[in-house]
Design a protein around this ligand. Structure first.
Ligand code: F3S
Length: 423
């Protein structure tokens, strides 16, 4: 891989041991990928904190060792300097304010706090969400980024026109310290063109519709790049958040085009560019119903947990939940958790939404989600969620039964304790 003089100097230790370790990692990683060079990045979203039991042993030796081992793949513990690139922390394992409700171990809470103090001091912005684009990190068109988290990556590429591959803990750690990432995959224009075509023959309007279309898209195209056209309306960034998370769950989609709506294609020809559709799929009423049925893993209609906010909810979504719960009370056997970034929670508090949700018996959580934390209310057997991604993962992760449906169906289940669904 070709290096600039600045990159060679970093590799040779001019920026200190940590930067040299980071550059060594990027060179090994880039060579394995066949990248010809690195590209500058000033936008890194990674996982830098320590919040899992497996890290406890390493953390006993200090947070520099945690960063060295987990974020730089270095056996030697090196001193960690200030981040070179604008860097933010993605979702974590523990809600710093509601950890007792999660049943988290106080020692783990302290470990997470210590690690956040360590990386915060070095310039990591502790956004603690899978949706950094909702709380201040919005990549500009064409901006080269180094992001982890599948739902964030597809949003960055598809909805915003930023450029990132799905990075890992190590590569984001190295990118943060060097401001570089291998130039391959979705950083290259020729790899961003569509190669699958989906024709939408059934109206797609609501959040439920966008989640189902996303799940269908992932199932059909797997890791390819779909171009979607047809009866699509009401496209907005919150619906694209929902759509992308679903497509990345059922199929691993990292990039898509909706001509006329997403930034890299005004018309289908632009979406396909120098590529062409190798496969053609039709999304119709039967496909929609099939996706809805596929996402149900429950049989028992007695629900005891409602999970809302995957990916983390926008302020409008939290407001809508408050509205639907207004003046009502959850069924005594049901817990309801709403997940949103902490910055949005602050706005929701100020707007009165948190008080209204909590008056109904719900809880507004931040920093984490049940799939990441693997923590649910005690004794949960049957969940309901409005997120295709959570319905896809949580039943297997937490050994629970899962219902999937609209927000309205989930709220109704929360109030009655019984799942009725949407169809
Ligand atoms: Fe975010 Fe957790 Fe869903 S990381 S996308 S809320 S599974």
């Amino acid at each position: 891989m070709q290096l600039t003089d600045t990159e060679k100097a970093m590799r040779d230790g001019e920026g200190g041991e940590a930067v040299a370790a980071a550059m060594d990692l990027l060179i090994r990683y880039g060579n394995a990928l066949g990248a010809e060079r690195l590209v500058e990045t000033d936008n890194v979203a990674g996982a830098f904190n320590a919040s899992t039991p497996s890290v406890r042993k390493i953390a006993e030796n200090g947070m520099a060792e945690v960063f060295s081992k987990l974020n730089l793949d270095s056996d030697k513990t090196v001193e960690i300097p200030q981040m070179a690139a604008r860097t933010c922390q993605l979702i974590t394992g523990i809600d710093d304010q509601n950890w007792a409700l999660q049943g988290a171990d106080p020692q783990m809470v302290q470990m997470q706090r210590d690690s956040e103090a360590f990386v915060g001091k070095r310039g990591v912005n502790l956004m603690a969400t899978c949706t950094p684009y909702q709380v201040g990190n919005v990549p500009t068109f064409g901006e080269h980024c180094a992001w982890m988290e599948s739902s964030a990556v597809i949003y960055c590429n598809g909805a915003l026109g930023g450029r990132t591959n799905v990075e890992g803990k190590e590569s984001t750690g190295a990118a943060a310290l060097t401001g570089r990432i291998p130039y391959w995959g979705y950083h290259l224009t020729e790899n961003r063109y569509g190669n699958r075509h989906i024709r939408v023959d059934v109206p797609v309007r609501s959040m439920l519709d966008w989640g189902l279309l996303g799940y269908f898209t992932g199932e059909m195209v797997e890791e390819n790049i779909p171009v979607l056209e047809g009866d699509l309306a009401g496209v907005d960034l919150v619906k694209l958040k929902h759509f992308g998370a679903a497509a990345a769950s059922s199929g691993g989609v990292e990039m898509y085009h909706i001509p006329g709506h997403t930034p890299e294609a005004r018309i289908a020809d632009e979406a396909f560019g120098t590529s062409r559709a190798e496969d053609f799929h039709v999304y119709d009423a039967a496909a929609r119903k099939k996706m809805y049925d596929t996402l149900q893993s429950a049989e028992d209609r007695k629900v005891d947990f409602i999970m809302l906010g995957c990916p983390h909810n926008s302020i409008e979504q939290v407001g809508r939940i408050a509205h639907l719960l207004d003046g009502k009370r959850l069924h005594p056997d049901v817990a309801l958790w709403v997940h949103t970034p902490r910055a949005i929670r602050t706005v929701a508090e100020r707007s009165g939404y948190v008080a209204r949700i909590e008056a109904a018996g719900g809880k507004v959580m931040s920093d984490t989600c049940p799939a990441i934390s693997r923590r649910l209310p005690e004794g949960v057997r049957v969940i309901a969620t409005d997120s295709a991604k959570q319905a896809h993962y949580l039943p297997a992760i937490a050994k629970v039964q899962g219902w999937f449906g609209s927000l309205e169906a989930c709220i109704e289940a929360g109030l009655t304790g019984t799942w009725k669904g949407d169809f």
